[in-house]
Design a protein around this ligand. Structure first.
Ligand code: MG
Length: 384
């Protein structure tokens, strides 16, 4: 790989083929449109909060585990590497990678499930949709528009999944779900980079925590094969290095396979423009069959051995209780939120009834960091 600047492929996202921003703006003087998106995401309040939001291990368990922030940085890193190799737009995949989890609640998936449950009668809560809501509406820092006013392409990538019920209300960015079509390649790539990142860093964090072991992981042929080659080449290493070196090699093989397999699929489909990619019924960014199986086995292992480990389950239950308590108490008395949110809730209740107010409360709870959620819970309990 040379240092020379690479030329984007015909089917890569570019400013000239972009579907633009919701509120038109003059082009940036020194940056590309997607660099500007990336920069706006880094300056967003929701981005800074990711540092105190749980990935799998809650923040107070230790300083060395992944948080939502470091997870997002790893997604951006993996996506950039693959994007450059495929001559896709690196700035765009980076923007998507950094923004994709902005809508996550405190306490990871447990928090999102609890909030979704609380919102059952009010339209539900989906973290992907919430990430889009954060960048489209909730960020409040620019004089001439709400949100971050990102390009269509970044928003397309952030909205990785979406129920059909919600897709209908989303306009341009929801259309592909109704038509069962694909997003651009950068969006497809950022989505898979997310999976590569979390499967591998959860193995790494799981080993560090002692909740899973190298022996257990060796039941996975993909892991065992890399661990064996590490032991063969570097016998007598301490367990932590054996684990980390194995994870590093797994990431390397997954990314290499992804680039090769996707490169071949792109060559066969021969798209000439990003819209050719969007018209396809199937994604072009994918693993080969054996690596897809390896990745799925890793995911199943983590589900059975780490995410459902009694220690993680216990945190999950506490998190669910906290989110439920926050939602119920704040719904019962909007005045317990800061005035700006309370005012929005009252206005939403007047306009749309309980569902309107519930959305404002859900936005407020979803925006909390783990520690702020716990502080607020304690304050609400003390006052009750
Ligand atoms: Mg993620």
């Amino acid at each position: 790989m040379t240092e020379a600047r690479y030329e984007l492929a015909l089917y890569a996202a570019t400013a000239s083929s972009s579907r633009g921003r919701r509120h038109p703006e003059p082009p940036p003087a020194l940056r590309t449109e997607f660099q500007r998106d990336r920069d706006r995401i880094i300056h967003a309040t929701a981005f800074r909060r990711l540092v105190y939001k749980t990935q799998v291990f809650v923040n107070y368990e230790g300083d060395l585990y992944r948080t939502r922030l470091t997870h997002s940085l790893e997604v951006a890193q993996i996506a950039r590497t693959a994007a450059r190799a495929l001559r896709l737009n690196e700035d765009l995949v980076e923007a998507i990678g950094l923004a994709h989890d902005l809508g996550h609640t405190p306490f990871g998936h447990a928090g999102q499930d609890a909030l979704n449950d609380c919102m059952r009668d009010f339209g539900g809560f989906e973290h992907n949709l919430q990430s889009l809501r954060v960048v489209d509406e909730l960020e409040d820092r620019y004089a001439s528009f709400p949100g971050l006013n990102l390009t269509f392409e970044t928003r397309e990538g952030i909205l990785k999944h979406c129920s059909l019920k919600h897709a209908r209300g989303l306009g341009d960015v929801g259309e592909r779900f109704l038509a069962r079509r694909q997003p651009g390649l950068e969006a497809q790539l950022a989505n898979i980079a997310d999976e590569i990142a979390y499967n591998n860093h959860d193995v790494d964090d799981g080993l560090r925590s002692g909740l899973i072991t190298l022996e257990q992981l060796s039941s996975l042929p993909f892991f065992a094969e890399h661990l064996r080659s590490v032991d063969r080449e570097f016998p007598g290493q301490k367990p932590q290095r054996r684990g980390s070196e194995t994870v590093r090699r797994m990431i390397g093989e997954l990314v290499t396979d992804l680039v090769r397999t996707s490169g071949a699929a792109i060559a066969t489909a021969a798209p000439q423009h990003i819209d050719d990619v969007r018209r396809l019924a199937h994604p072009l960014i994918s693993f080969s069959h054996p690596l897809l199986e390896a990745q799925q086995a890793l995911k199943a292992f983590l589900r059975d051995s780490l995410y459902s480990h009694p220690h993680v389950r216990q945190m999950t239950l506490q998190a669910q209780e906290t989110v439920r308590l926050l939602f119920e108490r704040l719904m019962a008395d909007y005045g317990r939120m800061p005035e700006e949110h309370a005012e929005r809730a009252r206005a939403a209740a007047a306009a749309n009834g309980a569902a309107g107010a519930a959305r404002v409360v859900a936005d407020y709870v979803a925006g909390m960091t783990d520690r702020f959620a716990l502080q607020t819970r304690d304050a609400l309990r003390a006052k009750a």
